[in-house]
Design a protein around this ligand. Structure first.
Ligand code: ADP
Length: 578
């Protein structure tokens, strides 16, 4: 359980000075708090023995006020320092997690659900923060402060009385230990079901349109109800154990009071301690309640922190399965891309999704990839994005294996427009300039013309500065596709990959865009996959994929002559267009 402090030791080491100062201030406040009961005891004794003069009373009161003022200032200081540091730790871990998420590949996102990752980045970080702040406070108070009070009772009042009043202590230690373990298991369960709920909520919100279209709202609600109930139950279980702590401790402290008053009164009667001593003793007993609660809280907070740090560290320990090479090669411009006998299968799938691919693309060429849905077009193009471990065979750029380059370098060359477009909840301008950095309005508008989007944008109330996404206007599928395309074109990448990018625009718009593309991409490499064959017709080479293999290849005219799948598909599409 204490291992949580060990796991956080890197942070405590780094912040040792602030933690030391905070703890010293806290200890000083603890010492100061021991004085008032003693002062009160002295005052009572002096009243009883009628030795209290006016000056003496003022002196005692000044002492009291002094102690209160000093501990007020010091308390503010340690509180601010200790809890301030714990918030900083939370921020640190959050950035670590975010950086980590950004380095991870699809395989990682395949094995962890988004809701779970979100739960780890929020709830678990909060629990760790608690450990680094409140955990330290309870650690100090439940050990050092408690000892201070007991020592004070033992040496300045009566050893016998102290020992007697503390008989309930070992019982308490036993109970606390036993329930600490329970809390750990229950808390883990509660966090897990919170992860599930998070995930479910996310999917529900994302898929709300489909849910409505299939009239599944009631079922969705019912399922959500079950899941919140589960989270509630699991947390209620934690709360139950939690709630048990304080009353148990109060009962045991009550027992200590009974012994204190009962036995203490006898001692006063036998004149072994003074009346003032008895009062001080009982105030000290009262002061013991907090450190004893702190023991319970300490165990609780540490158990939770420990569970949470394990969950967070587990994520941070996941290595991305695609790395930068140890000795990266550097080239300026990718002149030639080659696929040599490339076969690839996604992790956890059976059989290959692309098989024995040979392909060579020179700078300035345009390559078309066509084929049925699921034939492997996306998979083939993704080999250049390096999201998965390298395939069998060779993917070469300027005859150097692609995995010998830094990931950033190859990704910098590529502008990828995926099928499922992602637009951020920002303005259209920000979305357009996402990869390219600042551009003049003129440049942007020129690009919008190329992708046939200018008129659409002009119709929006604030033009380029219109917000899109959740809090802004909703773009149609075709408009989104064109914004994504313009975003990639503005980067003017060496290699442009269009993955069925124009599927949601009409034939005429597509023809327009394609003719612009041809001009603009003349000197650079473009790879287009498309369902509509007119989009690849002008390509220098077209490959037809079926079941991951190339079944036909050549220029448009070659393929028409070959009289195979391409020709059949072309004829069908021509008929539909007419
Ligand atoms: P296309 O782009 O031609 O429609 P894809 O390359 O998307 O085809 O898919 C090829 C095959 O790979 C399909 O059988 C598909 O189910 C499978 N596939 C695609 N993505 C993944 C993935 N991330 N994990 C496992 N299998 C996948």
């Amino acid at each position: 359980m204490f291992s949580v402090f060990k796991k956080l030791s890197w942070y405590f080491k780094e912040q040792w000075l602030r933690y030391t100062i905070a703890i010293i201030a806290l200890l000083f406040v603890n010492l100061l708090e021991l004085l008032p009961p003693k002062i009160i005891g002295i005052a009572i004794d002096e009243i009883q023995y009628q030795t209290l003069t006016n000056e003496r009373l003022v002196e005692l009161l000044v002492w009291l006020i002094g102690v209160i003022l000093l501990s007020y200032l010091l308390s503010f200081f340690w509180d601010y320092t200790l809890f301030g540091r714990s918030i900083l730790l939370e921020r640190r871990l959050r950035s670590n997690l975010m950086n980590h998420f950004l380095r991870m590949t699809p395989r990682f996102y395949g094995s962890y659900r988004t809701g779970d990752l979100m739960a780890r980045s929020t709830n678990d970080l909060k629990a760790i923060m608690m450990t680094a702040g409140y955990g330290i406070l309870t650690l100090v108070d439940s050990t050092v402060f408690m000892s201070f009070i007991i020592v004070m009772m033992f040496f300045t009042i009566s050893a016998k009385l102290t020992l007697a009043a503390l008989i309930p202590l070992p019982i308490m230690a036993y109970i606390i230990n036993k329930y600490g373990k329970k809390i750990h298991t229950r808390f883990m369960q509660a966090q897990r079901s919170f992860s599930d709920l998070n995930n479910y909520t996310l999917e529900s919100v994302k898929g709300v349109r489909v849910t409505r279209a299939f009239v599944q709202e009631r079922q969705d609600e019912a399922r959500f109800g079950e899941m919140t109930e589960d989270v509630f139950q699991k947390n209620a279980e934690v709360a139950k154990v939690d709630a048990f702590f304080e009353p148990t401790i109060n009962v045991l402290v009550g027992l200590a009071y009974i012994i204190g008053i009962g036995y203490g009164a006898t001692l006063v009667f036998n004149q072994q301690i003074s009346f003032g001593d008895l009062v001080s003793f009982n105030v000290y007993l009262g002061m013991l309640i907090w450190p004893m609660i702190a023991v319970g809280d300490l165990i609780n907070v540490m158990q939770r922190g420990n569970a949470s740090i394990d969950r967070v560290e587990h994520i941070l320990a996941q290595e991305p399965d695609v790395h930068d090479p140890p000795h990266p090669k550097v080239i300026k411009i990718p002149e030639k891309i080659e696929f040599k006998n490339v076969s690839f299968q996604y992790p956890e799938t059976e059989g290959y999704q692309i098989k024995d691919i040979d392909l060579s693309v020179k700078r300035g060429q345009t390559i078309g990839i066509v084929g049925k849905t699921g034939s492997g077009k996306t998979t083939l193009m993704k080999q250049l994005l390096r999201q998965y471990v390298p395939p069998e065979g060779w993917v070469l750029i300027n005859q150097i294996p692609i995995q010998d380059f830094k990931l950033d370098q190859t990704r910098e060359w590529i502008g990828y427009v995926p099928q499922d477009h992602v637009l951020f909840s920002k303005t259209i301008r920000e979305n357009l300039l996402f990869g390219s950095g600042w551009k003049t309005d003129e440049e942007i508008y020129q690009m919008l013309e190329s992708v046939d989007l200018k008129e659409d944008i002009d119709q929006f109330p604030e033009g380029l500065d219109t917000l899109v996404g959740e809090s802004g206007v909703t773009l149609s599928g075709g408009q989104k596709q064109r914004v994504s395309l313009a975003r990639a074109l503005l980067m003017d990448p060496e290699i442009l990959i269009l993955d069925d990018t124009l599927s949601a625009v009409d034939g005429k718009t597509e023809a327009n865009i394609i003719s612009h593309l041809k001009e603009e991409r003349e000197a650079k490499t473009t790879i287009i996959s498309a369902h509509r064959l007119s989009a690849v017709q002008y390509a220098d080479e077209i490959i037809v994929l079926d079941n991951g293999r190339i079944i036909e290849r050549g220029t448009h005219n070659d393929l028409i002559r070959q009289n195979g799948w391409y020709k059949r598909q072309y004829t069908i599409q021509q008929m539909v267009e007419v």
